[in-house]
Design a protein around this ligand. Structure first.
Ligand code: GLC
Ligand code: CA
Length: 557
């Protein structure tokens, strides 16, 4: 059995802390800030990609899987970080990006030089069909998944993301052997396991048929349709990876798997027979994003978020672990994305924290979430370096939006919101760097930062720290991570309330995101474990004011 973790944290290295003043966060910087994470109660740390990369997709395009990108430091820096983390009781997860590599990877260069060489077999190379692309799939970043192989106009290579991210051909046994060897090499360096990037994308149909065109209207179909049809193929490869690499090393894995998935499929992913230790619950996010572009997204009512999140918890197979993330490096800020407008502030952030930290599963806090960071106000598309933002801006304009409208759409949904430098203090550049940061800071950094919140008993950071401590209480561990969720009958749409039940133990969480008080029956001898905002108790009743939350342990009956 892999180790039991209490609270996980996602760290985006370019934007966490810059130790040498070049404006880019780095591994030494991350290592210096480990005590900050420890105080949050974090014992599992996922670090986003830091291997050699031309940076087309900010590190998710890897040119050398066993070399640290010089921007982030050296392998020695990484070893030191892992050692320091271990001293503090924090295990480290690498980001395993093996659906694709970078077009700068040696393998791809060799394939271009000689499409008959061994490494050419690591990619999907196909001739065109009647002078057209081999099929009609659209890449996740727009355009066809096919581009001509450089130097060979008669051959195309497949990429489900940017053209600089050629997909790896998992049907090739030598490729799989090399990936497994690389994974063992990192495990031997002391990593506890992997967050596995877009892994169901490895399920492909090598005959590359055409798919029925979708709603975008370009005659193409989103490449995810092929992955949905080929989940069993992906699972075959993943079972082999588990048997050959993960199980022997007792590695922890969390898969980036998009749903919705039926219960039979979930059992193959998590739980005793699952290929992963955990998978992220993206049920709300999948529904939000299943549109032809950001311009077509419609904000999700909190009630819908609640229903989808509860349903995911209730669908989880016995013994299966859900990784809970309300935001990450691919999303806007949770407070701005999921909460009603009047709650996009520190009260809303704390109440959301109470919910997140007591839902079934393992919470992953994304850097800045613990400060209640909101979306950035970007003044122009030039302030947004993400490759996806450029494509979404283009789509919005193509759809007839004005440049101002397109910018406001991105100000709502872009991935850049979570990628701005972490605000450590009110110092220039938020104390993130002494140089010029690679990306602008949040407009509120002077007010919303770690130093300001550090010793404020009412700050979002303090709330997260208290919740982190709560999760470490030995008698609550099984209850919090695995026990069943029972929704409470809701009085209001802007209320989230549920029980967690484990044997005789009953935990009750309630959060009020509306503008009227909520009242609950709560026995006088219930133990209040956490409150934020204004919670009034009288005899057997309790009132929760707007923007407040409570977590209570109910007496055994
Ligand atoms: C995952 C990553 C995202 C990246 C994509 C391609 O979804 O989280 O940041 O762009 O995979 O690697
Ligand atoms: Ca640096």
């Amino acid at each position: 059995m892999p180790q039991h973790f209490h609270t996980a944290f996602e760290l985006y290295p370019a934007s966490f802390f810059d130790s040498n003043g070049d404006g880019i966060g780095d591994l030494q910087g991350a290592a210096q800030k480990l005590p900050y994470l420890r105080r949050l109660g974090v014992d599992l740390l996922w670090i986003c990609p830091f291997c050699l990369s031309p940076g087309v997709d900010n590190g998710y395009d890897i040119a050398d899987y066993q070399m640290v990108d010089p921007r982030f430091g050296t392998l020695d820096d990484f070893d030191a970080l892992v050692a320091r983390a271990k001293d503090l009781g924090i295990a480290v997860l690498m980001d395993l990006v093996v659906n694709h590599c970078s077009s700068e990877h040696e393998w791809f260069k060799r394939a271009c030089a000689d499409p008959c060489c061994e490494e050419a077999g690591f990619f999907y190379l196909r001739p065109g069909k009647n002078g057209q692309m081999p099929n009609n799939l659209r890449s996740n970043f727009g355009g066809s998944i096919w581009d001509p192989l450089p130097g060979h106009d008669d051959l195309y290579y497949c990429h489900f993301y940017a053209k600089e991210q050629p997909c790896l051909n998992w049907f090739n046994p030598e490729l799989r052997a090399r990936i497994y060897a690389m994974m063992r090499w990192w495990l031997a360096r002391g990593v506890a396991g992997f967050r596995i990037d877009t892994i169901m994308s490895i399920g492909k149909d090598p005959s590359f048929p055409d798919y029925p065109p979708d709603l975008v209207g370009d005659g193409r179909c989103a490449c995810g349709a092929m992955n949905d049809a080929c989940q069993d193929t992906a699972l075959t490869f993943l079972r082999e990876m588990k048997a050959q690499v993960l199980s022997p090393c007792d590695a922890f894995t969390v898969g980036e798997v998009w749903g919705p998935l039926p219960p039979e499929k979930l059992k193959q992913l998590i739980g005793p027979d699952g290929v992963f230790t955990a998978i992220f619950d993206f049920s709300a996010r999948s529904e939000l994003t299943c549109r032809p572009g950001f311009y077509a997204y419609t904000p999700m009512p909190l009630k819908r978020w609640r229903d989808l999140t509860f349903a995911a918890a209730q669908r989880t197979p016995e013994g299966g672990l859900l990784a809970l993330a309300v935001e990450n490096h691919d999303s806007p800020r949770a407070v701005s994305c999921w909460l009603p407008e009047s709650m996009r502030n520190s009260s809303g952030a704390k109440a959301l924290a109470a919910v997140l930290m007591t839902l079934p599963g393992l919470p992953f806090i994304y850097q800045g979430q613990e400060l209640g960071m909101t979306n950035v106000h970007f003044n122009s598309i030039a302030e947004m370096p993400d490759i996806q933002s450029a494509e979404e801006y283009r789509r919005a304009l193509e759809h007839g939006l004005t440049p101002d409208q397109a910018l406001s759409v991105l100000n709502r949904w872009a991935r850049d919101h979570g990628r701005v430098p972490f605000p450590w203090s009110s110092a220039p550049q938020g104390g993130f760097t002494t140089g010029q940061p690679w990306m602008r800071l949040h407009q509120d950094y002077a007010a919303v930062n770690a130093a300001v919140q550090d010793d404020d008993p009412h700050s979002v950071l303090t709330a997260y720290r208290r919740l982190g401590q709560l999760r470490r209480r030995p008698e609550l561990q099984t209850l919090l991570q695995y026990s069943a969720l029972e929704p409470k009958d809701h009085q209001q749409d802007l209320e989230i309330a549920f029980f967690r039940v484990h044997g005789q133990q009953r935990l009750f969480t309630a959060a009020n995101f509306g503008n009227a008080a909520l009242t609950y029956q709560l026995q006088a001898d219930a133990e209040m474990l956490f409150t934020c905002g204004t919670v009034l108790r009288r005899h057997d009743a309790c009132a929760l004011m707007p923007g407040s939350a409570l977590i209570a342990l109910l007496p055994e009956n």
